[in-house]
Design a protein around this ligand. Structure first.
Ligand SMILES: [Zn+2]
Length: 376
């Protein structure tokens, strides 16, 4: 029988383990999913949530399952660190207080905490009691990059579920199979989405995202022909377009609140509003990461051509511009440009305004590749 666990791509052992735990009623109150970015941990956490809240064990087709898949179920909460360096103590206190409240629609609540490797000692201490003995109707699913990067006091209170690294070629093959696209196109989507199959599927479904990618690549191909004012203009256009999908997220939030306003308590509405705000922040970060991933992917292709390994080019649909750029630069210059992309990614993670970052990034790429955009 098809169920939500079928959406756990590339992790057969995790899929079988979680499915068996739910079917044999051996679900524990706290899990720690460990694995690298793109290994499908978030999707798996939502699949588990579906299996636990759905009356049919995670059918994937009922209203509950659909709401969870759209990240819209009020009893499935997702948290990511809100501080520059990780989780804030206040944030953890809010989660602890929230966990003691009754579920809104289902008979239990699922808390998904992303990046618990960024849970410092003080914030972790505020969380330990809840983690050890959560309210009976709460299941906690913590996500972290590696077991070693998570505080031992956290690890010891969770059932650890290790996720394997999914090689990019395998991820692309899975994506191609799920979407019916060619493997070449799937590779491009996987690269643009930091290796994530789940985001790759969304990416391929969204014409908007594909158009955005072409625009980013187009800017890169003609960066040497832009003067400073052109670059400032292009950077702000890219920022606006990177944020464009947020408008529809915001509209969906407003519609959801309007639809539920009559029967939800004020406190529940406040929770939904807070969740919506977090989702917008997370989505906005994701859009910018996607932009830098697209840029890095193009530069790696240029590097591949410079290094005389053109068969490694991923963005085959723009091979002409990759080759054109490669014919005018050398490896050292491309490596410098790639370093600028990494620095930009870090700055975005540390809450530097994306507008400033993207602006600076385009200048630095131009300067690294062609030495044309030194400050004047
Ligand atoms: Zn269902």
């Amino acid at each position: 029988m098809a169920d939500v666990f079928d959406q756990i791509f590339g992790q057969p052992r995790v899929r079988d383990f979680l499915r068996a735990s739910v079917r044999s009623d051996r679900v524990t109150h706290a899990y720690l999913f460990t694995g690298p970015a793109g290994s499908n941990k978030t999707q798996s956490a939502y699949a588990l949530a579906s299996a636990l809240l759905c009356e049919n064990g995670g059918c994937g087709t009922c209203d509950t399952c659909k709401r969870i898949a759209r990240r819209k179920h009020p009893d499935v909460r997702y948290y990511a660190p809100e501080g520059a360096g990780g989780y804030l103590i206040e944030q953890i206190r809010d989660i602890v207080a929230d966990a003691s409240l009754a579920p809104i629609q289902a008979d239990r609540k699922i808390y998904i905490l992303d990046r618990v490797d960024l849970l410092g000692v003080a914030a972790a201490n505020a969380f330990l009691k809840t983690l050890e003995e959560p309210p009976a109707d709460v299941v906690l699913v913590l996500l972290g990059r590696t077991r070693e990067s998570v505080l031992p006091t956290i690890v010891s209170r969770c059932s650890v579920v290790p996720f394997r690294h999914i090689p990019a070629s395998e991820a692309a093959a899975i994506l191609a199979q799920k979407t019916g696209a060619s493997v070449e196109t799937a590779k491009i989507a996987i690269e643009s989405c930091g290796g994530s199959i789940t985001r790759g599927i969304e990416f391929m479904k969204s014409n908007e995202r594909l158009v955005f990618r072409r625009k980013v690549l187009d800017v890169l191909a003609r960066i040497d022909r832009c003067d400073s004012w052109d670059l400032i203009g292009l950077a702000s256009e890219l920022v606006v377009e990177a944020k464009a999908p947020l408008d529809s997220v915001r509209a969906a939030h407003e519609a959801e609140l309007a639809e539920n306003a009559d029967f939800l308590a004020k406190s529940a509405i406040r929770q939904i509003e807070a969740r919506n705000k977090r989702e917008l922040t997370a989505r906005s970060l994701e859009s910018f990461r996607q932009m830098t991933a697209i840029i890095a992917s193009f530069l790696r292709d240029v590097l591949a051509v410079c290094a005389e390994t053109p068969e490694l080019v991923i963005n085959v649909d723009v091979r002409d511009s990759v080759e054109e750029v490669a014919s005018r630069v050398d490896e050292a210059r491309v490596v410098r440009a790639l370093a600028a992309v990494n620095a930009c990614n870090e700055a975005i993670s540390y809450n530097v305004s994306p507008e400033t970052c993207i602006d600076a990034l385009l200048f630095e790429i131009g300067d690294s590749l062609y030495g044309t955009h030194s400050p004047r």
